[in-house]
Design a protein around this ligand. Structure first.
Ligand SMILES: [Zn+2]
Length: 122
């Protein structure tokens, strides 16, 4: 462009020029008044959109609260609030699956089995 001796500014749109920028911000922005002092629009207010039913069968089950008891078909008592009792050591707080005796027993049996396999294979 320079060697053709053309005016660079002639390629720039007037929106990007300094004069336009200064003209746009020549009047300083007025502070906003209270919301109650805003002028009321004469046009009708914008209403929320109409509720349209979605395609498909509506859900029958209501979402339950987290602490809501679940109704069972048969008269089975709830296990809520009942203390767990171990059938192995007869202690409360854990059951057969979480019993330390059961765990140790399972561990020893499994280690014994591992040893047995190791001896047999080697
Ligand atoms: Zn136990």
């Amino acid at each position: 462009m320079h060697y053709k001796d053309l005016d660079v500014e002639s390629f720039v749109d007037h929106w990007y020029k300094k004069e336009t920028y200064l003209k746009a911000y020549s009047k300083f922005i007025q502070p906003m008044t209270n919301m109650k002092m805003w002028p009321k629009s004469t046009k009708p207010s914008i209403e929320p959109p109409e509720i349209t039913s979605m395609p498909g069968r509506p859900r029958k089950k209501r979402s339950k609260y987290s602490d809501e008891p679940c109704k069972k078909k048969f008269g089975k008592a709830t296990r809520k609030g009942r203390k767990m009792k171990c059938s192995l050591c007869k202690n409360f707080g854990h059951n057969k699956k979480g019993c330390p005796i059961g765990i140790s027993f399972a561990l020893t049996s499994s280690t014994l089995l591992m040893k047995f396999i190791f001896i047999n294979t080697s």
